[in-house]
Write a protein that binds this ligand. Structure first.
Ligand code: ATP
Length: 448
């Protein structure tokens, strides 16, 4: 049977924004001062999940490979870097003002380039101006042009400028990669859709340096690898697609770019771009710096400028996509809940779940608490573990479901005698009895 195309669910957006605030994933920044548009803070759960997303990326890109090494380059960088990369001239978006309501928009992201989405005015936009997205500031006490610096709008350039440093110190040879996770800053004209597009965000980028005649093959390879990464971490393949750019979307130096897209509540949109960048970056930096940025193959005596294949993902944007893909609501009949009661459950991959396991004494009781705390202390060195003894047990299960904790351990009065606990599964709600001495191993088997 042909599969039906999945349909975007617009109601999911508010559910995720609300859950993020209510449970402590993401808060609007500076909220006590009325908030600061488009900036967000990651709360106690968000910081764990964001870190898990970055760790999962690092694990697959660096830890499990012998051809990729890591880097953590500076955020502040001199104009020379951005002159060479082309960002000073080209890193712009077309900005239009509505003459009627004075709102500003990014022309290429408007649904209808003739209608103002704010006031509905027709053909009231000004001519588009190219607006540079880089944040400029000054290093040191004197605010003159000699002190100008930029906050990086992508992490990639640090990997190009360090190409020779990494090549000579890591003893790698093409094909090899440099991977980096870190903050980037773009003065977006219209930040929107919660943490999808913000002015401060985190990226996970990798530059893969290859012999020129192998670039096309590696580009295909990285498109497949990166698609798989999202699917392996729990996003259903029906909500993922790989979209090759049309020729008129490509940067002038790129011979191929594909986006990994996710079906967001507003439709298909980008999670990550994979680009075949040719030798553009290294050649530009070699010309502007006067340094040789090339590889000399001692075996063949050949000297060449490697080509670059770049998978560039957003950590913050991706975290939101994982939340959206994991969100589920279902009716439950068990655990004291009346028939037809709704439970919200985040079916997060265990690797991404903020907490792997929760320890929940059956009730707040002076005999149970010490036993439950003993269980907590056994689990804590191995897993992010939450402890909660407030409220009725059913409500505590619901809370753990809603924050995606894969396993809950209940310590009850029987535990005092048989030294065993009840292990409850988030997805199936099945319960099994496990001896406390075996708990760490059983949990490890279930959540990795
Ligand atoms: P767009 O055209 O939507 O502005 P882009 O294609 O220029 O974005 P890239 O430069 O390819 O984006 O950035 C790589 C990844 O970094 C994106 O796929 C996205 O996940 C993330 N990213 C880029 N800009 C932002 C932003 N303003 N907020 C959050 N994440 C971002």
């Amino acid at each position: 049977m042909p599969q039906e195309d999945p349909v975007a669910d617009p109601s999911l957006f508010d559910k995720i924004v609300n859950l993020s605030k209510r449970r402590g994933f993401v808060f609007p920044s500076a909220e006590i001062y009325g908030g600061f548009r488009s900036t967000y803070d990651y709360g106690p759960l968000g910081v764990l999940m964001l870190r898990n997303v970055k760790n999962a990326w690092w694990r697959s890109m660096v830890q499990l490979r012998d051809d990729i090494v890591g880097l953590d380059a500076a955020i502040l960088s001199p104009p020379a870097v951005w002159e060479a990369s082309g960002h000073l001239t080209n890193f712009t978006d077309p900005l239009v003002d509505c003459r009627s309501c004075q709102e500003r928009f990014r022309l290429d992201k408007l649904e209808d380039q003739h209608i103002c989405p704010n006031c509905g005015a027709k053909d009231a936009f000004t001519e588009a101006r190219q607006f540079n997205l880089m944040f400029k500031t000054f290093a040191g006490p004197v605010a003159d042009s000699a002190a100008e610096v930029y906050l990086r709008p992508e992490t990639a350039q640090g990997m190009f400028t360090n190409f020779m440093n990494v090549l000579t110190t890591s003893r790698k040879k093409p094909p090899f990669g440099i991977a980096q996770i870190g903050k980037s800053f773009r003065n977006e004209i219209t930040p929107q859709n919660f943490v999808f597009r913000t002015r401060e965000f985190e990226q996970m980028e990798m530059e893969y340096f290859v012999p020129p005649d192998e670039a096309a093959r590696w580009y295909e390879y990285w498109c497949q690898e990166r698609f798989r990464w999202y699917a392996d971490l729990g996003i259903p393949e029906s909500k993922l697609r790989l979209r090759p750019h049309d020729p008129d979307e490509l940067s002038h130096y790129s011979s191929g770019t594909s986006d990994v897209e996710f079906l967001f509540p507003w439709g298909w949109d980008e999670l990550e771009g994979i680009a075949n960048r040719g030798d553009y970056d290294l050649t530009q930096h070699a010309q502007h710096s006067g340094e040789k940025l090339e590889y000399f193959d001692q075996a063949s005596g050949e000297r060449y400028v490697p080509h670059v294949v770049e998978p560039a993902a957003g950590a913050t944007r991706t975290t939101m996509a994982f939340l959206m893909a994991a969100y589920d609501e279902e009716e439950v009949e068990r655990e004291g809940a009346g028939k037809g009661e709704k439970r919200t459950v985040l079916r997060l991959h265990p690797q991404l779940a903020p907490y792997k396991v929760a320890v929940l004494p059956l009730s707040k009781n002076e005999k149970l608490s010490p036993k439950a705390r003993d269980v907590l202390h056994r689990l804590q060195p191995h897993f992010m573990t939450e402890y909660d003894e407030t409220q009725a047990i059913g409500r505590r299960y619901r809370r753990q479901d809603e924050i995606g904790t894969p396993l809950a351990v209940t310590v009850d009065f029987e535990s005092l005698d048989d030294n065993a606990v009840t292990l409850r599964d988030r997805d199936t709600m099945d319960q099994s009895r496990v001896p406390i001495d075996e708990l760490v191993d059983v949990v490890r088997e279930r959540v990795g």
